[in-house]
Design a protein around this ligand. Structure first.
Ligand code: ATP
Ligand code: MG
Length: 436
């Protein structure tokens, strides 16, 4: 036998029954986005490496060490499997001049790739759902996006997700803060860990984000970006806060909240939970007014967020909120293999009018005993068995037998009531089979 092949480390197959949970989450997301007027944008998974180097910033974790980059063997192009999709969205929007007639609200979902150490809630191929509002200066759309996420948690039934917000101000304000921060950290050089020393001059803001317990006192007392914000930035932030208050949304201002990507300004936010161990950020985003220019477009305000679908599903599981597996409405029991050519077209007609029905599939020797077929019917979770006995078929009929009681809120189904139904007119009785 040939050597077995396995999936790449940190990249997972999503198979039944889990895939049904994914589909359900995706459906919920799509329906919610429709209500908020966001439309779907699908961009390629492979982008020019330069897009991320320019868009995310050279000294970010992603660009420094997490990207799957390679050279196209055939033409030498430098390419990267997208580690996130905001840069790709902006590229696509600029390329097609999508904002020629005003702002756009867009969403995407799909796989992202980062070479990280795989662990619970952290994979090398993972999936993000993202929402972006492009061409609006806010803070109303900033609030809209946050409210939208809160609605998603409510709709999914999730609890215990907390909102943290901060303002990163504008580049000039960040520069002034950066200088103050570097001076402060240099004054405490003996307390810096190796990572902090490395970042001191390249990306000191990220030092504030450190998880090292030994450095918490140091970063807690560091100069705060918030204290360097000018009137306009503060006003933007305060108006966002007022809008969140108007919705009754509670949040915590976290002055140390900085984001992994360089492109953020003004509003930044994260939704976090304590129920997923150390991978507790389920959704993160902010305003990125500088990104369009950075990748060759004209200056355009924009804001967005991305959520980690694996983490949301994990949290749903943790809270017992995952839906039951979908079951067929009916299972076709076929005692005699010779009847299959008669049976299959009937099942097709049922499916065409919206009934989900599974046929018992036999082996080459036949269909198996009635007993084993009923066992399968029961295991399928179907609410009805359709019994295609030879005698009934000869009369142009099929026996419909309930296997389960009524769904909640449904009129009673008499479990004993087996009824003969005409094959010639499935529409007449299909309604009774069809699930809600
Ligand atoms: P983290 O601090 O956990 O590494 P991040 O700041 O790198 O997150 P973003 O780039 O903001 O994350 O991505 C948005 C969301 O995507 C995260 O909040 C998280 O839910 C999810 N996410 C990011 N990286 C991964 C990963 N490797 N595996 C699974 N989900 C991820
Ligand atoms: Mg990360």
């Amino acid at each position: 036998m040939a050597e077995k092949l396995s999936a790449v480390k940190g990249m997972n197959d999503i198979a039944p029954p889990a895939s049904a949970h994914w589909e359900w989450l995706e459906d919920t997301l799509r329906a919610l986005m429709r209500r908020y007027g966001y439309r779907n944008l699908r961009t390629p998974i492979v982008e020019p490496t330069a897009l991320f180097v320019r868009g995310l910033g050279e000294v970010t974790d992603i660009v420094e060490k997490e990207m799957y980059s390679f050279e196209d063997r055939l033409n030498g192009e430098q390419l990267t499997l997208r580690p996130e999709n905001t840069a790709g969205v902006v590229r696509a929007v600029v390329e097609a001049s999508m904002l020629y007639d005003g702002g756009k609200r867009l969403y995407y979902m799909g796989p992202m790739f980062r070479h990280e150490r795989p662990q619970r809630g952290r994979y090398r191929q993972f999936h993000q759902f993202g929402a972006e509002a492009l061409g609006f200066a806010g803070p109303d759309v900033d609030a809209e996006l946050i409210v939208l996420a809160c609605d998603l948690w409510a709709e999914l039934g999730l609890t215990g997700i907390e909102l943290e917000i901060n303002s990163l101000g504008q580049p000039a304000e960040r520069l002034a803060h950066r200088q103050a921060l570097i001076a402060y950290l240099e004054g405490h050089a003996d307390q810096l860990d190796e990572d902090a020393r490395r970042r001191l001059h390249s990306n000191p803001l990220r030092i504030l984000d450190t998880k090292n317990p030994a450095m918490q006192d140091l970063v807690n007392a560091a100069p705060r970006l918030m204290d360097h914000l000018g009137a306009e930035s503060l006003d933007h932030f305060n108006r966002l806060r007022a809008l969140l208050d108007a919705h009754g949304i509670t949040y915590r201002i976290n002055p140390r909240l900085v984001r992994g990507m360089d492109y953020y300004n003004l509003s930044v936010f994260e939704f976090v939970t304590t129920q997923l161990g150390s991978q507790g950020t389920v959704c993160a985003g902010g305003r990125y007014d500088g990104l369009f220019e950075q990748i060759g477009g004209k200056a355009t305000p924009a804001v967005g967020w991305a959520l980690g679908m694996e983490r949301i599903l994990e949290l749903l599981k943790e809270q017992g909120l995952l839906p039951e597996q979908p079951t067929p409405d009916a299972y076709a029991v076929v005692p005699d293999a010779a009847s299959v050519p008669l049976v299959m077209p009937v099942l097709r007609a049922l499916r065409q009018v919206g009934v989900s029905v599974q046929m018992h599939a036999g082996g080459a020797e036949g269909m198996g005993s009635m007993k084993s077929q009923f066992k399968k019917a029961d295991a399928s979770g179907a609410r009805f068995a359709l019994i295609f006995g030879s005698d009934e078929l000869q009369q142009g009929m099929v026996a419909v037998k309930p296997l389960r009681g009524p769904r909640p809120g449904e009129a009673g189904t008499d479990l004993a009531a087996q009824a003969l139904q005409p094959l010639a007119d499935v529409a007449q009785w299909a309604e009774r089979l069809r699930g809600a």
